[in-house]
Design a protein. Structure first.
Ligand code: HEC
Ligand code: HEC
Ligand code: HEC
Ligand code: HEC
Ligand code: HEC
Ligand code: HEC
Length: 214
């Protein structure tokens, strides 16, 4: 009798330990899936249509940001460049770079517009209104010349610093929401607007919904 009981106890202990194994394994898998695999499955990685090299254009070609990204007289923003803007210098190859040769063959020679194909890391949903005219270098440096020495410093307050890269970063998109991983979320816009100096001074940055949602 005693022996049997002893055996039974041993069996229960064993199965308790055996049961713990799969549980821990399951927990580990769930943790890995939840922390690493799941967010990765949710993210789609995309590449720019052409691996545009900012550094070469600024340092070798001697261009400024405003040559490609400028405010028009009416306050609208040029945004990303058109095929024609690039073709001013790249109507035929000027280097032996494969990306340049492919860009000319696929876009310039065939007359394909590239403007709508550039991926915008900071892209906002259609219901959000944003204007570069309201966030321009002249306005902000009236008070913040210590924060923004060059226009690029100001761009970097909101954007990835792509202007310092030789190859554009990978574009990460959330499969469910379609949002770019690098876009600015509402609380960040609002935190800056909420600064009393920004809505009560010479600037008008309120957090009324209709300012950003038209
Ligand atoms: C020859 C044209 C050209 C010049 C000059 C240029 N850019 Fe760009 N810029 C582009 C193109 C093309 C893209 C889109 C592809 C990309 O992001 O790599 C872009 C994208 C960007 C973006 C990314 C916006 C987003 O969220 O996707 C920023 C920020 C930017 N440029 C800043 C700058 C700054 C700052 C300078 C000056 C130091 C500059 N650019 C000079 C062509 C140019
Ligand atoms: C004002 C003239 C000018 C404009 C406009 C211009 N580029 Fe260039 N680009 C150059 C010069 C010059 C070089 C070569 C720099 C060097 O290697 O010395 C170059 C190099 C390149 C290269 C080779 C990059 C590398 O890594 O060597 C590519 C690709 C390219 N440009 C694409 C573009 C695209 C796309 C646009 C439009 C968004 C554009 N360029 C607008 C002058 C220009
Ligand atoms: C009328 C003057 C004024 C103007 C114009 C102005 N700001 Fe400010 N801003 C201030 C003051 C004052 C503060 C609060 C003091 C501080 O934190 O430096 C501030 C705070 C900030 C901060 C937080 C600063 C920090 O050091 O943490 C940022 C970022 C900022 N402003 C960005 C901007 C941008 C971008 C623009 C242009 C769209 C702008 N400001 C226009 C006066 C101004
Ligand atoms: C206060 C934040 C902020 C600052 C400062 C800022 N941007 Fe943007 N930028 C944005 C937002 C937000 C978008 C997305 C707009 C949209 O999708 O409607 C954007 C979009 C862009 C685009 C994509 C084309 C377009 O208009 O959709 C380019 C290129 C760009 N910005 C370049 C620049 C450059 C260059 C500077 C500096 C001179 C700059 N930005 C300063 C927030 C900013
Ligand atoms: C770093 C600070 C800062 C950030 C971040 C910022 N803003 Fe602003 N914004 C300002 C300031 C300062 C003004 C006022 C400019 C003026 O009155 O000249 C302003 C003005 C505006 C205006 C114009 C308001 C009007 O009535 O004309 C709009 C629209 C706007 N912001 C939208 C946005 C959106 C959308 C975002 C986020 C994607 C954003 N802002 C992020 C500082 C910021
Ligand atoms: C300074 C600019 C700004 C103001 C002011 C603002 N929003 Fe937004 N809002 C944004 C931006 C940018 C997004 C997109 C990014 C995000 O979802 O955070 C957004 C997204 C949203 C969304 C969609 C959320 C989603 O995940 O799709 C709702 C709903 C919304 N805002 C409601 C409001 C309401 C209500 C107010 C007024 C109380 C308001 N917003 C004021 C900038 C603003």
């Amino acid at each position: 009798m005693e022996d049997k009981n002893q055996n039974l106890e041993n069996v229960t202990k064993k199965s308790a330990i055996l049961g713990l194994g799969p549980f821990i394994l399951g927990l580990t898998i769930a943790a890995i899936f939840g922390w690493h695999a799941f967010p990765e499955l949710m993210t789609k990685e995309l590449k720019q249509p052409v691996a545009f090299n900012h550094v070469v254009h600024i340092e070798q070609a001697g261009m400024t940001c405003e040559d490609c990204h400028y405010l028009r007289q009416d306050g609208t923003f040029s945004g990303v460049p058109t095929t024609a803007a690039c073709a001013e210098c790249h109507s035929s190859p000027i280097t032996e770079n494969q990306e340049e040769i492919r860009f000319i063959a696929e876009y310039v020679d065939k007359g394909v517009e590239i403007k709508d194909k550039w991926l915008v890391y900071q892209k906002q949903p259609d219901n959000v209104f944003f204007s570069h005219a309201a966030h321009n270098f002249e306005t902000c440096t009236q008070c913040h010349d210590y924060l923004y020495e060059t226009p690029q410093d100001l761009c970097n307050a909101c954007h990835l610093d792509v202007a310092s890269t030789t190859t554009p970063p990978v574009y990460k998109e959330n499969r469910l929401s379609g949002y770019s991983k690098n876009t600015m979320m509402m609380p960040t816009c609002e935190a800056c607007h909420a600064n009393p100096e920004h809505y009560d001074g010479i600037t008008r940055a309120t957090n009324a919904c209709a300012v950003c949602h038209k």
